[in-house]
Write a protein that binds this ligand. Sequence first.
Ligand code: HEC
Length: 158
Amino acid sequence: MKISGCSLLVLLGLGGAGAAFGQDSGANKANGAVSYFRDIRPIIQRQCQGCHQPAVKQGGLDLTRYEGFKAGGNGGSAFEPGAPEKSLVLSYIKGERTPRMPFGLPPLAPEQIDLFSRWISADGSDDTPAEARETVATDKPPVYHLPPVRGPANWSAR
Ligand code: HEC
């Protein structure tokens, strides 16, 4: 089959629309609500936590938990629920304030910035499930439930 330039353009156009509406982030579910735990936290873990954690805390900001995010850093609260225009974190990820975040890395994708914006506009609430609170804490030493693996049981009985 020969694809003409014109139908190729149509195909590309449809592909783009599919990508825009077909995101599987969960944020596009019927109610359109953005979840901190499901949508925001994974972005922070991948693109922010390296510099905003208890041991590094750039700008005085610890983003490993909701509480630290809410408390903010040297510049005060990082976001104001219901008031995106007053939310520091948005102006930093949009590049309205410099240095743009994530510092020294490519900017967040527009859809990611949109998730932060919609979450803050709604109410910026924490929906972290209780059972996940323990495991997301990066400042706790790991607990081992099994002893370390040694040699075979008859190791010393040679
Ligand atoms: C490579 C390190 C690095 C990464 C990654 C990074 N930041 Fe930062 N961040 C900094 C530094 C350094 C500052 C302090 C900037 C200054 O005040 O000059 C800062 C400051 C901030 C501030 C202002 C804190 C305050 O109260 O003054 C916010 C908000 C912020 N970062 C959010 C983020 C977000 C959200 C991400 C992820 C999308 C991110 N940062 C990723 C290094 C980083």
